[in-house]
Design a binder for this molecule. Structure first.
Ligand code: FDA
Length: 508
């Protein structure tokens, strides 16, 4: 306690010293501050990490000037404090606000969220604390025929999301968010502000998919905007088990990755309990077509008649309306809803897999059996192919390109608090993951770094050695893992930026 009190005071003095021209005390929250808990909880997305047992930061800093981030890095390094960088707080394992290595400091970028869109030149600068909803809003405010290919949940932060790849409904046409970044502003371990030209191509490569909290603090991204037609179509349809859902899901596997790249169609297997309808097990298909309804219906009739898509399942509108639709907002909602940072929070656990060969129908039936065992869970199948297969595996650290039919997200959420409920649901996720082993990618069993899963392996408290980290690192990055280690060794040899799944430097 005494040690931590000293560290605390010395650290605060250091911050003040290194940010003479800014009132840093106004953005520093210690445990004595009455706003400490509300600031900590503000963007904490997974309630599993909101218990009294969860390790808490010594200090939270919410910089509103870049110099304050520099001060936080320099002083944390000087006083041996771990840092956690938080942008949108959506990390599946809470790594942006929880650390088992104590004491630690959170640098929360929520106040650094400026977005400037240059629609004529089709690019924008976006600060890391902005959410996807804010980015989409600002782009649409300037033009309805440009967009950005990133995730569907508007409250996700661009700081973490772009650092791990970032996919959404435009993925089959334009790739990931990380594929469309053209410059960045980063603060390195020495507190220096770097841009693409000064950081060099290796570091610029690593930050676009190599995972957050590893190479430095990203302050802003420059993104390339993409063209979308003035009218696009969204659609949704579903089948219960009795309506032959399994058979249609089975067929979807052969079709979804080969469809034209203008068409993105998810499959969702879900289990939900409703007070009116009781327990529901159903498959749903929802998607975006970059074109009009008549063309979509013709395409589906030719390539996937088993789905029986009809005009009444489809709605035309602008791309920004499609973004609101995928975020779950009603059709008559105004664009302002995208600026709302409050998203329904829950306890959850998730895992991911990649599928290279269609899964037999009997195995799909087994997935339904496992869904029956929990109160509420989704298994989401995300189609690949299109642009994703054209981008080379080493173009960014995100390696899951040609050869993948689709990705699976296993997602279970629950409302009860407590260790027992948590353990029960984590066990469920592990059980279905084990069940799927023979039918998904192997050597390595691939996973998506933005769907962080500590079950696949972690660094030890001081950071791992190369060999240990390779076991989980290859799952996220395949052959790009070694290059990430070399970049890390060059830019942060002392492993200052680290967490349970950050890339270690060599000889650490
Ligand atoms: P958060 O702030 O928690 O950061 C995540 C990681 O990046 C942490 O390790 C953090 O330290 C680090 N980090 C954050 N900011 C940084 C910065 N400025 N510099 C350096 N490191 C930084 N994914 C997807 O691809 N498509 C989707 O549609 C969705 N949808 C979705 C919905 C919901 C409800 C959740 C909870 C998550 C998703 N995701 C997703 C996953 C999401 O992309 C992933 O969790 C991102 O890392 C979240 O980024 P945040 O900035 O919000 O998280």
């Amino acid at each position: 306690c005494l040690k931590s009190a000293h560290t605390h005071e010395d650290f605060l003095q250091c911050l003040t010293h290194h940010s003479e021209n800014s009132s840093i005390s106004q953005v520093v929250y210690t445990t004595n501050n009455s706003s400490y808990s509300s600031v900590l909880q503000s963007t904490l997305q997974n309630l599993r990490f909101n218990s009294t047992d969860t390790p808490k930061p010594l200090i939270i800093i919410t910089p509103n000037e870049i110099s304050q981030i520099q001060a936080a890095i320099i002083c944390s390094s000087k006083h041996g404090l771990q840092i956690r960088v938080r942008s949108g707080g959506h990390d599946f394992e809470g790594l942006s606000y929880v650390s088992n290595t104590l004491p630690f400091v959170i640098i929360d970028l929520t106040n650094l969220r400026a977005i400037s869109v240059d629609a004529a030149n089709r690019n924008a600068w976006v600060q890391a604390g902005a959410t996807l909803g804010e980015v989409y809003y600002k782009i649409a405010d300037k033009s309805r025929t440009v967009a950005f290919p990133a995730g569907v949940c508007p409250t996700v932060g661009v700081g973490g999301h772009f650092s791990g790849g970032g996919y959404g409904t435009l993925m089959r046409k334009y790739g990931l968010a990380a594929d469309n970044i053209i410059d960045a502003q980063v603060i390195d371990v020495h507190g220096r502000i770097l841009h693409r030209a000064s950081m060099g191509e290796d570091l610029f490569w690593a930050i676009r998919g190599g995972g957050g909290n590893t190479f430095g603090v990203v302050v802003a991204w420059k993104i390339k905007l993409v063209q979308v037609p003035p009218t696009v179509t969204v659609f949704v349809t579903g089948r219960s088990l009795e309506q032959n859902a399994t058979n249609v899901v089975h067929r979807w596997q052969y079709v979804a990755s080969k469809l034209p790249e203008e068409l993105f169609m998810l499959t969702i297997l879900s289990k939900a309990n409703s007070s009116q309808a009781g327990t529901i097990l159903a498959a749903g298909w929802t998607g975006l077509y970059l074109g009009r309804i008549d063309k979509l219906l013709q395409l589906m009739e030719e390539s996937f008649p088993e789905l029986g898509l009809k005009k009444e399942h489809c709605t035309e509108g602008s791309w920004i309306e499609s973004a609101m639709y995928f975020a779950g907002f009603p059709r008559n909602a105004t664009m302002d809803v995208l600026l709302d940072r409050s998203y329904q929070k829950s306890n959850f656990k998730a895992k991911s897999d990649y599928v290279k060969e269609p899964i037999p129908e009997t195995v799909l039936q087994g997935m339904w059996d496992r869904l029956k065992e929990v109160e509420s869970a989704d298994i989401i199948l995300v189609p690949y192919g299109g642009r994703m297969s054209q981008i080379s595996e080493s173009s960014t650290p995100f390696p899951h390109r040609a050869g993948n039919l689709y990705k699976i997200l296993y997602y279970v959420n629950w409302s009860e608090d407590g260790i027992e409920a948590t353990q029960k649901h984590i066990d469920w996720s592990r059980k279905i993951y084990t069940y799927m082993t023979p039918y998904v990618s192997k050597n390595p069993r691939e996973a998506y770094v933005n769907y962080r899963d500590l079950d696949i392996g972690t660094n030890n408290q001081d950071g791992s050695r190369y060999e240990e980290a390779k076991s989980w690192g290859e799952k996220y990055f395949r052959n790009n893992f070694d290059r990430l280690v070399l970049v890390k060794t060059k830019v942060d040899p002392g492993n200052f930026f680290r967490n349970e799944q950050s890339i270690p430097p060599l000889a650490w």
